[in-house]
Design a protein around this ligand. Structure first.
Ligand SMILES: *Cc1c(COP(=O)(O)O)cnc(C)c1O
Length: 377
């Protein structure tokens, strides 16, 4: 069997080890240190828009803290894009609130602004005005940000932007991760840059960043002893892990370009196949990092189906994965409210993510192309 081709595997740039080495040399093994502050500064400079970044241990933890900072409490309701990974929605349960799931539109596959407004109106009518909205730029494709922010503004609802998959994507030239009242990033092992595991909370002012860091370091009051008047969390990123992040920031733009090239590669392969489309930006306002390249089957039959192609590729030791299963269809969320039609469930049934790493070699891309061509014929 030939070596495995992964969907998206870590791709180091080269200088990660030197940042880790300097942490060892200076004995900054203890959690915080220069790499954490350096990584935060790198991210703030990259995102622009006067962003303030607090590095955390995971993206899921960052969503949790964003909900706490938004003032979401037990029995509140939070609207969440249903077409996402569970890291977006599970933190709603951590704070004892209830998710209200909203379907996707078919241009970007992200939250539909009309169903969002429908959900807000309906919940207000029921006396349950949502406390926050969580949008996601799935697979790196920016959501319909103007429409969604204007709905949130109209009703005065806090917007949390889950940009875990979208570092390096832009909307109207502005970086994803700068559009929410609070935004979050992830540096998990399969993301566009990785620290092996990690995340960040991005906010619009210094005071919120300081409050986030306070909550992420066990909410210690100022005192010589351990003193606490609030429940805190142990969510801060370590100085070792942040060293990897600093090295990764040096090659982020290069890796975005490589992922975008992968998308061109698949667009070319499927250009003459009428029943398969590759997800592409709906207009020049959108620029996706194409974290994952994803395809959609027009109609499914026994032979021409995403499962058929997935298993075929598996036989060549090539990893692919169905599109994310919507949260409103997950057993854990069976009883939760949902607004929409069947867009996201249909995407789930008909869509497939293809190998998309920035470290795919010519040889590997060739193997993928041959396998797909083989299947197509
Ligand atoms: C990866 C991911 C998260 C969670 O990030 P972790 O760092 O793995 O906790 C949240 N939302 C989305 C959309 C993700 O892809």
């Amino acid at each position: 069997m030939e070596e495995k081709i992964w969907l998206s595997s870590p791709h180091m740039g080269g200088n990660e080890l030197s940042y880790i080495q300097s942490a060892f040399d200076e004995n900054w093994i203890a959690p915080l240190g220069p790499n954490v502050f350096g990584f935060e500064k790198d991210l703030e400079d990259y995102l622009g828009e006067d962003s303030h970044v607090a590095c955390l241990s995971t993206g899921t933890g960052a969503i949790h803290l964003a909900l706490v900072l938004a003032g979401v409490q037990r029995d509140d309701e939070v609207i969440c894009q249903t077409f996402t990974f569970c890291g977006s929605s599970n933190p709603i349960a951590y704070v004892g609130a209830r998710p209200v799931f909203v379907d996707s539109e078919l241009d970007t596959w992200n939250m539909c602004p009309h169903h969002l407004e429908e959900a807000i109106k309906d919940r207000i009518k029921a006396g349950k005005k949502p406390k926050a909205v969580i949008i996601v730029h799935l697979y790196g494709m920016p959501a319909k940000i103007d429409e969604i922010t204007s709905v949130c503004k109209k009703y005065g609802i806090f917007l949390i932007e889950d940009a875990a998959e979208a570092l390096g994507s832009t909307y109207k030239g502005r970086a994803c991760g700068t559009f929410g009242d609070i935004s979050i990033l992830s540096f998990n092992g399969n993301k566009i840059i990785t620290t092996s595991g990690g995340g960040a909370l991005v906010c619009r002012d210094k005071a919120t960043k300081e409050r986030a860091i306070f909550l992420a370091t066990q909410a210690r009051d100022t005192a010589p002893h351990y003193q606490h008047s609030e429940i805190g969390y142990n969510y801060r990123m370590s100085n070792i892990v942040a060293g990897i992040g600093r090295g990764q920031m040096e090659i982020l733009n290069k890796h975005v370009n490589l992922r975008r090239k992968n998308n061109d590669f698949y667009t070319e392969i499927f250009s003459n196949i009428s029943y398969i489309e590759v997800l592409k930006e709906p207009s020049i306002d959108y620029s996706s990092n194409h974290w994952l390249s994803v395809i959609l089957f027009e109609k499914e039959d026994k032979v021409r189906s995403r499962e058929n192609l997935r298993i075929f590729l598996q036989n060549f030791n090539i990893e692919s994965r169905p599109l994310w299963k919507p949260m409103h269809l997950q057993p854990i969320y069976n009883d939760e409210k949902y607004y929409g039609d069947s867009n996201s469930s249909s995407l789930f049934e008909r869509g497939l993510c293809l190998p998309s790493g920035s470290n795919l070699t010519e040889n590997q891309l060739d193997r993928v192309k041959k396998a797909i061509d083989n299947w197509l014929s």
